[in-house]
Design a protein around this ligand. Sequence first.
Ligand code: GDP
Length: 528
Amino acid sequence: MSKKLQREIAKRRTFGIISHPDAGKTTLTEKLLLFGGAIQMAGTVKARKSDRHATSDWMSIEKERGISVSSSVMKFNYRDFEINLLDTPGHQDFSEDTYRVLTAVDSALMVIDSAKGVEPQTEKLMEVCRMRNTPVLTFINKLDREGLEPLEILADIEEKLQIECTPLSWPIGMGKRFRGVYNLYRKELNLFRPGDDIRSTKTVKIADLSDPQLDQLLGSQADELRDDIELLEGAANPFSAKEYLRASQTPVFFGSAINNFGVQEMLDAFVELAPAPGMRETAERIVEPDEEQFSGFVFKIQANMDPAHRDRIAFLRICSGKFTRGMKVKHHRLGKEIALSNATIFMAQDRANVEEAFPGDIIGLHNHGTIKIGDTFTTGEVLKFTGIPSFAPEHFRRVRLKDPLKSKQLQKGLTQLAEEGAVQVFKPVTGAEFILGAVGVLQFDVTMERLKAEYNVNAVYEGVDYTTARWVECADRKLFDQFQKREQGRLAHDAEGHLTYLAASEWRLGHTMEEWDGVQFLKSREHS
Ligand code: GDP
């Protein structure tokens, strides 16, 4: 293994930000990009968001409802580190997409609104991180406003998210009395001046809290800080890098993203503590990042990044080896060799052709319908990265075409949208019309808009009385034949041809499962 490859891996950090909508994810992202020199001006990320709205018709849904549907990838440099930031959609209806994005990160940053504490979407996203043992660093935001007591927030996190908290910074007051944070990690005081949009320069090194300088700087709040820290020393868990990397402890920072306060301290700790790209599991074996062989998997397909070109970009996470422009790789699902000649790397405002890239990097491949979510590419060995599932849908609609002559377009559109993971598509074993399944109902709206805009298909939805689905498998051929005969009215094939049982209720499903003891009913399924 080459030294250069190891060096490149060591300086990479690939992470996603998780938060409930409005906690400040966009604002924080923007400040991180400012520090990375990826943007020059605050307001750029938001501006870019609204730009996209104006030019893309299906994204009007996002605009109308003030939500972020699409996620994107941003690369920037900070100190000697190369950082890949993966944006996740905040709305819970797109949680399947978020889940897949989180399969491509090595760690996560959780943003919490200090006035709200842990919110429902934070809980859901943390559940995903826990399932994958993803290390999480926490940023408590909006200290410039009145909020919950810091200890209360930590208790809330520990209770609701089942993760031990260890504060690495501690706020001094909040709202109007917010004076700054004491950095427990570096033993320095960072004083807050409202409205600073650049890094707060007023940092005072105070190794010993009994230092009278503290009283001069903070007045009566100096003793409050001393009391708080004394309390913490007795009550809080000491920081352990090992526990953080095992995802059983989260280091906590306090600040105010909009005032750019506490952000750089957090970023400094993040690059030092967060894990570099790690190993990945495949069906065959574990792949280490510093193997010479190139390997990677596609975790997301995004359409309409550039509405003028109706493009579809497949995002691939590099898991091992080095990517060089034009290299030939094996597309394992198709069993074909292809040349990766125009891969793209995404910066905050730009995209550029990439000449070389390393594990942890995300490259965008132009996709003309040959790449699906879950596809694996390597320079030879047959591998299949695992852990990129589809989840059983909870909402269903039947699609009825208004113009029967458009059935080919409808089929094409639905196949492509299913490959992107925008929606799940089922073809009933008996019956001609497609049934769509989704984890969140907004997926239906996006699908319909896109069928119209991109495939010129005019269709409507009809309700169907299904509420749940399971993929079915059975080793006993005879039993499975019997099952299929008896239940054919409730069976459908998904876009990849897997047989699925659609049920009107949990009760009905339970009943059928009992009746067909030898048949397996699966709640999630790996992409094949
Ligand atoms: P997102 O939905 O998580 O991306 O949240 P945004 O970054 O869009 O922020 C939501 C709202 O909170 C916006 O109005 C921001 O201006 C505001 N906000 C973000 N950070 C802070 C902060 O540190 N203090 C205060 N007072 N408001 C903030």
